[in-house]
Design a protein around this ligand. Structure first.
Ligand SMILES: *Cc1c(COP(=O)(O)O)cnc(C)c1O
Length: 377
């Protein structure tokens, strides 16, 4: 059986270093807001290329706290609109609505599956204040058109970098392109903890300090509360594990690229569309997506032949029970709320196995199997 993602094997590859790291925490007797978190924040900021990183409890909190911080600082206010890709993972949208901000969903480019910059301008209103760019599937979503739109309309650029640790835009890492970025260290992400974890990166000291307080009950001094905060901290064990894994992230991503190259070179089937190739530095292949009208049939075929695949994602946010306001014919900005491109992607998307520990042999087996998938008559 070729697993979609063999997490035990991923972490076993760094087993001795992870054990040493966890042992360090056990011997220290210090579990929160200690040396490991401080050191990880410094090392992660350096890796991403920002002045500050703030460890938080998970990726959703990272995104939520960025927006909450901007509201506390008066740079956003409830009711402001935030541009966001319609086909993102639910957490990006949850962070926006949690802050009483209004998500404005933009359809993706059907080729890259990233937000389509050509569709952004027509949705900008007087209330539009920010773009939450999502580097979905590990592919850099930034481009010159988005840079220009941000300048022209004075929009705050924020990044959801949960799926793209290590990815580049030119010479900069994603996570350093805008005012602030949210990162997730959910175990299955490119940089994964052994439980939940997250971080915010930013060059804005005031925002970093505000988020740090918000994540610690709204306090920077014990028992004094400036904000109505929450408890969202990166614990010492997770920080230590992340410090052990971070130095290997670029190599781990390189293996993902090696697997992706095999899929690109070998998969050849008339019913299957591969994602466009590009400068490989712009993609860390968190997920290798293929598109096919025969998605469910192909998924079953691969399963029967010992290959596990997943779907990212079966149902888009605007079709979820929790978001009746995001679909239907009501109009925000006079716009009918329909997202046919997004819905079509969710019907056709299939994610192939890819990871730092997947071998060339396994990838070749997957490609060969796919090529032998009986063609439609
Ligand atoms: C995983 C993920 C998140 C949320 O991160 P958690 O750590 O699971 O809270 C947010 N956005 C995207 C795009 C993600 O993939």
């Amino acid at each position: 059986m070729i697993k979609f993602l063999d997490l035990k094997k991923v972490n076993d590859a760094h087993g001795p270093e992870i054990r040493t790291a966890v042992d360090r925490v056990l011997s220290s007797g210090w579990y929160l807001q200690g040396n490991e978190n401080a050191a990880f924040e410094k090392e992660f900021a350096e890796f991403i290329g920002t002045d500050h990183a703030v460890g938080v409890a998970n990726g959703l909190d990272a995104l939520t706290l960025i927006l909450r911080g901007l509201i506390e600082l008066g740079r956003l206010k409830p009711g402001d609109e935030v541009i966001v890709p319609a086909n993102t993972f639910i957490a990006t949208i949850l962070a926006i609505t949690e802050n009483a901000l209004v998500p404005v969903l933009i359809e993706p480019d059907p080729a890259t599956l990233q937000i389509d910059p050509k569709l952004i301008e027509e949705r900008i209103s007087k209330r539009t204040k920010a773009i939450m760019l999502v580097h979905l599937y590990g592919r850099c979503a930034m481009n010159q058109e988005i840079e220009q739109i941000c300048k022209l309309y004075d929009l705050i650029l924020l990044e959801d970098n949960a799926q793209a640790h290590g990815c580049y835009y030119g010479d900069q890492r994603t996570g350093s392109l805008g005012l602030a970025a949210g990162h997730s260290f959910y175990p299955g992400k490119n940089l994964g903890a052994m439980g939940d974890g997250g971080a915010v990166t930013t060059n804005d000291k005031e925002l970093a300090n505000t988020i740090r307080m918000l994540a610690n009950y709204g306090s920077s001094k014990k028992y004094e509360y400036r904000y109505k905060g929450r408890n969202s901290r990166l614990d010492e064990i997770q920080a230590a594990v992340l410090r052990a894994k971070l130095p290997h992230l670029d190599d781990d991503n390189e293996n993902r690229r090696k697997i992706a190259r095999i899929y690109y070179d070998r998969i050849d089937h008339p019913d299957i569309t591969l994602p466009p190739t590009e400068d490989m530095r712009r993609n860390v292949f968190h997920i290798f997506t293929i598109l096919t009208e025969r998605r469910d049939e192909l998924k079953k075929y691969l399963e029967e032949n010992g290959v596990e695949t997943l779907i990212h994602y079966p149902v888009p946010p605007h079709k979820q029970e929790c978001y009746p306001e995001l679909s239907g014919m009501q109009s925000l900005n006079e716009h009918p709320l329909t997202y046919p491109i997004t819905e079509n992607i969710h019907l056709r998307e299939l994610s192939l196995p890819i990871s730092p520990v997947l071998t060339e042999e396994e990838a070749l087996r997957v490609a060969t199997l796919i090529n032998a998938f009986p063609k439609r008559l």
